[in-house]
Every structure is written in structure tokens, then in C-alpha cells.
Ligand binder design. Structure first.
Ligand SMILES: NC(=O)c1ccc[n+]([C@@H]2O[C@H](COP(=O)([O-])OP(=O)(O)OC[C@H]3O[C@@H](n4cnc5c(N)ncnc54)[C@H](OP(=O)(O)O)[C@@H]3O)[C@@H](O)[C@H]2O)c1
Length: 286
């Protein structure tokens, strides 16, 4: 498996997004564990999760607990796996997503994530989404304090504007290592955030890189050049999409979501697909 960096840590160039295993449409635990084990077998050492990846109000942290159990039951060495979680989003149980980025809430959320993951320090803790009712500097200041208290090893931000990326960098300094924003063939408006992350040496983690849970399967039919390159190379359009994202910069690490061993195996293989200039240009225009 090819490697890339998040801060000082080497991880697989493709990560596993945990969300489809814990929200609407999720599979049973047995299939989820097989999916996580398939990712580990394929050499994946980055797993993205969040305390808010759950369905019902009384199961906050469903995805974190699932990942902790799957790591514990894996036969091989998992010491090199970076579990990247997030705080600041909530799911009240009615299908909606709400936010709370008050420092007190983030401190409590981090403590709860530490317990669920069963670690002394969270490898990468990402501020999930700006909360309009809390000054951004206050939320990011709380994340800085969590790093300084040793609860978190590296900090990330998500759903941030270029201005917020600069502000977070100022507050967190070298503690800030990553930016996670939506980016896919269907959603390219995070282009400025991607460019700024690369300029600042921050790893960029495109979320919903295949267009999201509901539309990932139709990537080839919605964006013809991805299907054409896929047919010519004998691979899936999703694999072409991930190879296209990897080609954007050595600082890009896509985190495709998965709920089946087959899909994460196919996604992991994208690290070995090198697209040529002509193919990349056609995909850029798609
Ligand atoms: N920071 C944020 O605000 C935020 C928001 C959304 C998501 N995220 C993170 O980003 C991750 C990825 O986003 P996402 O899960 O929403 O969407 P996505 O990665 O664009 O799509 C996920 C779906 O793609 C399918 N898939 C994956 N690899 C495939 C392949 N090689 N061939 C065919 N289908 C494939 C999976 O199907 P199966 O289920 O059948 O395996 C899965 O349900 C999430 O899991 C989460 O960790 C973060």
C-alpha cells in the first residue's frame, strides 16, 4: 500500500470512511467488522470516524465503538492505524444534524471519544463543522487546549472556509495537520480550500469523494469520462475517481466510505492506478 503523510504520521494513501456503517442504511455489525478487517488486510491505516456517526439519540459514538471493537478483534498488528475522529456535530435522533462547538461541549465530547476509542490520546481530532453561534476562534482554541493537555496528538478542521483555515492555522500552529472538506467530481467548490491546504502543507481529506452514499454507485453514469477511462483501464469508475483525486497532490488522502468488503478492496486498489496527463485532463473537464 502506498503511503502519504498526515503531520508526522505515515498512513495509507487511501483511508476508510466509517459513516455508511453507522447511519441510515447501515449494515449489521458482522458485515461492518468484515469491511473494516478487509480495509486493514488491504493495508489501510487511516480510518475516519466521528462521534456523530450514529442513528438513534441514545447511541452517540456508534461508529467509534464499532471501529474500536473491529480493531480489537483483528488478528494482525493495528498499532500503526490512525483513527481520526471528530467533535462538534450532534444527531438528535430525528434524522437531522445539529452543531455545538462551545468549548465546554468539545471538551466533554473529546473525553467521551477517548473512552469509546480506548486510547490515552486521540491520534487526529477534527473540529467537525463551524457553529454559527460560537466564535470560530473559541472553538479552535478549545481544540488547541485539548492538544496541549495531551488528550489529542494532532488537530484537524472540517467544513472550513479559506479564512477559517488561516485562522485555525494561526491558533493551532503546527498542531493543525489536516483539512477535511467535501470534494468529488460532483462537488468541486472546495477547490480554494484544497489549494490553500496544499500551500500550507496541510493534508486535504476530501469527504464524500465518490459523491456521497446515495450517489457513489452512479458516478460512472453521471460523469461519462470516469466511465470511459474505467472501461479503457478495466477498473471501476470509483477507482478512477480516487486515482484522479490522488493525482491532485501528494497531500490529498481520499477517505471513501464503505459498508462492504468488496467496495473498500476496490477503493484501496486505486493507489496502484496511475492516470496519464490526457486522462487527468479529460477527468478535470468532466
Ligand atoms: N467532515 C464531514 O462533514 C463529512 C461529511 C460526510 C462524510 N464524511 C466522511 O467522508 C467519508 C466518505 O464520504 P461518504 O461515505 O459520505 O461518501 P462516498 O465515500 O462518496 O461514498 C460512499 C459509498 O460509496 C460506495 N463505494 C465506496 N467505494 C466504492 C467502490 N470502489 N465502488 C463502488 N462503490 C463504492 C460505498 O458503497 P457500500 O456502502 O455499498 O460499500 C459507500 O456507501 C464518510 O464515510 C465520512 O467518514 C465527512
Amino acid at each position: 500500500m502506498k503511503q502519504r503523510h498526515i503531520g508526522d504520521t505515515e498512513v495509507s494513501a487511501i483511508g476508510l470512511g466509517g459513516m455508511p456503517m453507522s447511519i441510515e442504511g447501515r449494515p449489521d455489525e458482522e458485515r461492518s467488522v468484515r469491511t473494516i478487517h478487509a480495509a486493514l488486510d488491504a493495508g489501510i491505516t487511516l480510518i475516519d470516524t466521528a462521534d456523530a456517526y450514529h442513528l438513534h439519540a441514545d447511541e452517540v459514538g456508534h461508529n467509534e465503538s464499532l471501529i474500536a471493537r473491529a480493531l480489537a478483534s483483528y488478528g494482525g498488528d493495528t498499532s500503526g492505524v490512525l483513527v481520526a475522529t471528530k467533535g462538534g456535530h450532534l444527531r438528535p435522533g430525528d434524522g437531522s444534524w445539529t452543531v455545538d462547538s462551545s468549548p465546554a461541549y468539545l471538551r466533554a465530547a473529546c473525553e467521551a471519544s477517548l473512552k469509546r476509542l480506548g486510547v490515552e490520546a486521540i491520534g487526529l481530532y477534527q473540529h467537525h463543522r463551524p457553529d454559527p453561534s460560537v466564535p470560530y476562534a473559541e472553538s479552535i482554541g478549545a481544540v488547541r487546549d485539548l492538544v496541549d493537555a495531551g488528550k489529542v496528538r494532532m488537530a484537524g478542521i472540517s467544513n472550513a472556509t479559506p479564512e477559517q483555515i488561516r485562522q485555525a492555522r494561526e491558533i493551532l500552529g503546527d498542531r493543525l495537520v489536516s483539512v477535511q472538506n467535501q470534494y468529488s467530481p460532483a462537488f468541486r467548490s472546495s477547490e480554494p480550500e484544497l489549494a490553500l491546504s496544499v500551500e500550507l502543507g496541510l493534508t486535504f481529506l476530501p469527504w464524500s469523494p465518490l459523491g456521497g452514499i446515495a450517489q457513489a454507485g452512479e458516478l460512472g453514469s453521471r460523469f461519462a469520462p470516469f466511465a470511459e477511462v474505467a472501461a479503457a483501464r478495466g477498473v471501476s469508475p470509483q477507482q478512477v475517481c480516487l486515482a484522479w483525486l490522488l493525482a491532485r497532490s501528494p497531500l490529498v488522502i481520499p477517505i471513501p466510505g464503505s459498508s462492504r468488503p468488496e467496495t473498500i478492496r476496490d477503493s484501496a486498489a486505486a493507489v496502484d492506478l496511475t492516470l496519464d496527463e490526457g486522462e487527468l485532463a479529460a477527468l478535470d473537464r468532466a
